[in-house]
Design a protein around this ligand. Structure first.
Ligand code: NAD
Ligand code: TYD
Length: 341
């Protein structure tokens, strides 16, 4: 493969992946195709556009726009697709699920049709541990587990996954899927919990912790996830699914306190708020299948969080304009106002 289409490449994980791939593979050309929703941001790729001008192209477009996807596939002689494009925030999916179904399910179908028509070497789908639903203590999900989605977000992601497997089975499209745990690191839109808590703490704004804060997530460093995707893209078996995470879960309240410790701020900034409806208590992944391909997570939760906090401290130029924008402020008020308990 040489000409990769990276859909959703202007988002958090996508932009980290684009930078990682261009640095690692000097003969690859990457075309980022992104709708630039509220979560897409060309600032995430500013350095990339400068450093890799000859091998990087940006095109604004919707993955659900079949004619435009077709045109890009043809004009750029795309031979592999990596699909990061999605609506990604559980809380927003609770406010309205339509855009999630449109992008995460229908958009995936459009890309699979293009993959089939152009006979790509690989179609890789970025999925999530959330498709397994909440997992009881003492168990970690394996790739063959049934899906138990509980939020509109996870249901739409599961729909995308199932369509991928259908295109492999029915049409032989060489599909692979990775299911990642919660990512943290540079360029994550600050509505997600870790960048929200870090940037609030920097400004002495309360950290809205849902419910009792004892929910558990496997917070992994975004570049570990990118390495896992790279391994599966090159060495994964078509038709197969691979979990990607550290295998270690942390309670949200522990994560919140650690952020405050790292920033030298008081725990009194933690503000319990009404829980998210249908909040999945715990996710946990067994990643042995990916490890068997030679991948390993390089960062512990502590190391990942430390690096992430440092990045937000040093890169206010990136997040301040987002947080002070009308879109973010409107969302924040709608999501959190009057929710204190
Ligand atoms: P993000 O919200 O930061 O970025 C999503 C990107 O997709 C944005 O640039 C947005 O503009 C683009 N996009 C949205 N709709 C589009 C459309 N219709 N057409 C083209 N582009 C569109 O998300 P992220 O956190 O980087 O997540 C990327 C992928 O990884 C998603 O598929 C998500 O489900 C998955 N994932 C995320 C996490 C996580 O912790 N963030 C964990 C596991 C899996
Ligand atoms: P989030 O970053 O939204 O990811 P996901 O729900 O997809 O795992 O949330 C991570 C965890 O943090 C989840 O258990 C919900 C919790 N959370 C809060 O406690 N407060 C918040 O303001 C947000 C956004 C999330």
């Amino acid at each position: 493969m040489r000409n990769l289409l990276i859909t959703g490449g202007a988002g958090f994980i996508g932009s980290n992946f684009v930078r990682y791939m261009l640095e690692k593979y000097p003969d690859y050309r990457l075309v980022v195709y992104d709708k630039l929703t509220y979560a897409g941001n060309l600032d995430n790729l500013k350095d990339v556009a400068q450093r890799f001008a000859g091998r990087y192209t940006f095109i604004q477009g919707d993955i659900a726009d079949a004619a435009k996807v077709d045109e890009v596939m043809r004009e750029h002689e795309i031979d592999a697709i990596v699909n990061f494009a999605a609506e990604t925030h559980v809380d927003r999916s609770l406010m309205g699920a339509g855009s999630f179904i449109q992008t995460d399910v229908y958009g995936t179908y459009v890309l699979l049709e293009a993959a089939k028509k152009y006979g790509v070497e690989r179609y890789h789908q970025i999925s999530t541990d959330e498709v397994y639903g909440e997992i009881p203590e003492g168990y970690s999900s394996v790739e063959t587990d049934p899906l138990h989605t509980r939020s509109p977000y996870s249901a739409s992601k599961a729909g995308g996954d199932l369509m991928c497997i259908a295109y492999f089975t029915s049409f032989g499209v060489p599909v692979t899927i990775t299911r990642g745990s919660n990512n943290i690191g540079p360029y994550q839109y600050p509505e997600k919990v870790v960048p929200l808590f870090i940037t609030n703490a920097i400004d002495d704004i309360p950290l809205p912790l849902y419910g009792d804060g004892r929910q558990m997530r496997d917070y992994q460093y975004v570049l570990d996830h990118c390495e896992g995707i790279d391994v599966v893209l090159h060495r994964g078996q078509p038709g197969e699914i691979y979990n990607v995470g550290t295998g270690v879960e942390t309670q949200n309240i522990v994560m919140a306190r650690r952020i405050l410790d790292l920033l030298g701020k008081p725990y009194s900034l933690i503000q319990p708020v009404k829980d998210r409806p249908g909040h999945d208590r715990r996710y946990s992944l067994n990643c042995d299948k990916l490890k068997a391909l030679g991948w390993e997570s390089r960062h512990t939760f502590e190391q990942a969080l430390e690096k992430t906090v440092r990045w937000y401290v040093e890169n206010e130029w990136w997040w301040r304009p987002i947080k002070s924008g009308a879109h973010f402020e409107e969302y924040y008020t709608r999501q959190y106002q009057g929710r204190e308990i």
